[in-house]
Write a protein that binds this ligand. Structure first.
Ligand SMILES: [Zn+2]
Length: 263
């Protein structure tokens, strides 16, 4: 499909909301990072990526809309990206939509997602969300950021995303098994956010990756920095990090709610 262009934030923000500070790098803020279901006091997948004067909410799992408000006014989010149909990545679209009806005064927020999600969520006709279908190979521009989508190894059409700012690039694996290569997002990434759902003894039991597999993938892709995410709440965090570091060959960070990473 033709790459849709979303205008820069200055043309769409309502009066009274602040423009995001323009910085050369990209900031990734974790809104939620639990795999498949939220654990105690946890939240499903959701991230805020800011740079080039633009803010994107990437995935909107359960609990992430509450956490978004700790960092920004939701009305300042320029666009939303949902990577796939599993509800641990989108169920807070209901909260986003409800608040936006009150806060946006009729303005619609561009929402990029694989085909069929609007219909599945029954949010395809809401006045606040401007659904735009994306698929493998698409690139879209939102203000100062460029987003490229690549299909992963997962049960539904699942789209990893590469985000390029003015001077830095971040890659997010979304959910994937090991049958997809992180290098599809490029071999020049400043920061990679890769799913590592469990430890190596669980490999092959679900369409996900272990810490070992995530570390190996990131090393092969030449990632400068690796952050792992989407750990099942029943899996020990330190064990996943330890095997990811052994495979990556450098320190690895585990995503946690509220943590900020700068690329
Ligand atoms: Zn998931």
């Amino acid at each position: 499909m033709a790459a849709p262009i979303v205008p820069g934030p200055s043309s769409v923000r309502p009066p009274g909301t602040e423009a995001t500070e323009v910085r050369p790098g990209l900031t990734l803020t974790v809104l939620g990072c639990d795999g498949s279901w939220p654990g105690p006091a946890g939240a499903g997948s959701g991230y805020l990526v800011s740079g080039g004067g633009t803010s994107l909410m990437i995935d909107a799992g359960p609990g992430t809309f509450a956490n978004l408000q700790r960092h920004v006014d939701p009305a300042s989010v320029d666009a939303v990206i949902i990577t796939h149909h599993h509800p641990d990545h989108w169920s807070d679209l209901y909260a986003f939509d409800t608040q936006a009806r009150l806060a946006l005064h009729g303005r619609r927020v561009p929402l990029f997602a694989p085909a069929g999600l609007g219909d599945r969520a029954r949010l395809d006709r809401t006045p606040t969300l401007d659904w735009r279908v994306v698929t493998d190979g698409d690139t879209v521009r939102v203000g100062g950021l460029s987003c490229s989508f690549h299909r992963t190894d997962h049960v539904f059409e699942t789209l990893a995303v590469r985000i390029d700012g003015p001077a830095r690039a971040v890659g997010y694996s979304a959910d994937s098994g090991p049958g997809w290569s992180l290098a599809e997002l490029g071999t020049d990434l400043d920061l990679v956010l890769c799913e590592a759902t469990y430890t190596s003894e669980h490999e092959g039991t679900a369409g996900h990756m272990s810490g070992r597999q995530a570390g190996e993938q990131a090393r092969r892709a030449g990632a400068r920095k690796l952050v792992i995410t989407h750990r099942w709440p029943t899996i020990d965090a330190a064990s996943v990090v330890a095997e990811a570091e052994a495979a990556f060959g450098a320190p690895v960070e585990q995503a946690s709610i509220g943590k900020e990473f700068v690329a």
